[in-house]
Design a protein around this ligand. Structure first.
Ligand SMILES: [Zn+2]
Length: 245
């Protein structure tokens, strides 16, 4: 199984690895990787692999988990068929950092704003989807007072400006269950068979199980703006937010 380097080091932008398997010339499995696969509402990383032997570059357009493999999809350039990766090749992986860092800001911001909505409004978070310009948080809340969201935005931005350190802990599933009163929605990516759980702690604010990539400090989010609130019927609500640059 591929060792995932982003689990404890979300700031790793380059790494060296060995190709373990290539399917259809374009689905590449490495012995370890810092590329984040699409999961938990966070889009996959993009970037490139550079073969050590000849410097040939392979653009990575998608990373996903398939049948237990963490697979990097390469954009095939029609005429350069001679440049195909094969098992045993040594490569350097380079993450598209602008894209990844944006997702890290969005992801850590989601923990902050979701926590505020849970605590202040008593909402239950039901889902989230990160994007480049806007991200979405879905929640369940019966009494929906739109006016209060300006206040929630203010509280979230105070937490962000409070420069809270964000810590990652790898713990056993049992330890995680003891530590957390409940595994939140963001933890749903963890299957029952997984015995090791990654906890993401925003010091003094929240601790939850999550496999996504995170900032080291809430200050790096800079700030958020709630863009839109939607009523999806019954008690289902949806909120879109953007980042302040
Ligand atoms: Zn997370």
């Amino acid at each position: 199984m591929t060792e995932v380097l982003y689990f404890l080091d979300c700031y790793l932008k380059e790494f060296e690895a060995t190709v373990e398997k290539v399917t259809d010339d374009k689905y590449v499995v490495l012995d370890h990787t810092a590329f984040y696969p699409e999961s938990g509402g966070q889009p996959s990383d993009a970037g490139k692999l550079i073969r050590e032997e000849d410097g040939a570059e392979f653009e990575i357009i998608y990373v996903g988990k398939f049948n237990g493999d963490l697979s990097h999809e390469i954009a095939l350039a029609g005429e350069t068929e001679s440049a195909v990766l094969k098992a045993g090749d040594r490569v350097k992986g380079v993450i598209d950092w602008e894209r990844r860092y944006r997702h890290m800001r969005m992801h850590t911001a989601t923990h902050v704003i979701a926590n505020v909505i849970e605590k202040e409004a008593g909402a239950q978070i039901t889902g989230n989807q990160l994007g480049h310009d806007q991200s979405r948080v879905d929640f369940s809340l019966e009494a929906f007072d739109r006016d209060k969201f300006a206040e929630y935005e203010k509280i979230a931005n105070e937490i962000i400006a409070g420069n809270h350190p964000v810590n990652l802990h790898l713990v056993s599933r049992r330890e995680a269950e003891e530590k957390l009163s409940r595994l939140t929605t963001l933890a749903k990516g963890f299957s029952e068979e997984i015995n090791e759980v990654r906890l993401v702690e925003i010091e003094g604010i929240t601790i939850e199980a999550c496999g996504g990539t995170h900032l080291k400090n809430t200050g790096e989010i800079k700030g958020i703006k709630i863009e839109k609130l939607q009523n999806k019927g019954k008690s289902n609500r949806r909120m879109y937010f953007s980042l302040l640059d």
